[in-house]
Design a binder for this molecule. Sequence first.
Ligand code: ADP
Ligand code: ZN
Length: 216
Amino acid sequence: MLNKKNLIFLGGPGAGKGTVSNAMIAKYGVAHISTGDILRAEVAKGTPAGKEAGAIMKSGGLVPDAMVCGMVGERLKEPDCEKGFILDGFPRTIAQAETLATILDGMGKKIDAVIYLNVSDEIILQRLTARMNCRGCDAIYNKIFMPPKVEGICDKCGSELFQRADDSLETAKSRLAVFHKQTQPLIDYYEKLGLLYSCKSTELDEIVAELAKVLE
Ligand code: ADP
Ligand code: ZN
């Protein structure tokens, strides 16, 4: 069981938020709220929101605050969030952080800790352009750092792996620039609130062990 169970994972694109989230969910059964995953599902369904978001995501920019905040507000009401939740990729702007605080306040909840995964730009670009995602489940691989047993096939469910449209070198560079400009100020913001924990390790197993100590 986690003592601190309502969490935000903060970090650049490809810092490992999704991979560490998956490991924490398997271990603790907390809910995973990835705004990137929610948005990609909207894009795949071809909803009006999905159409608007899709074009922005392809360019590496941020979709409007109101859209993601609405989606997160709805998702937080679902019963699986009672056990705790990981917000992965949200908030990404100060405005989103402020809206989140209001939403949680209205529900009588609060954020217990903000985990910052600090990874250099150089490693981020290497990781993003080699990242592979599963079509069938949430598994994330990396051709160089975390390859599947059989090339192009998910170890967990046997489905085909694919590269995200925004993981090209050009878009990855834009996403990194957007992170530095819009999301990095949140590090200071949560530090001042006394909620920030900066992860020392960059290896998955070490991060999970470190978080167990800090959050349990
Ligand atoms: P990563 O963390 O690897 O950049 P995500 O899957 O979290 O990837 O996000 C992919 C894209 O979805 C972002 O580049 C952005 O366009 C959009 N997105 C995701 N979360 C948010 C958010 N909280 N606010 C605005 N846009 C978002
Ligand atoms: Zn899979």
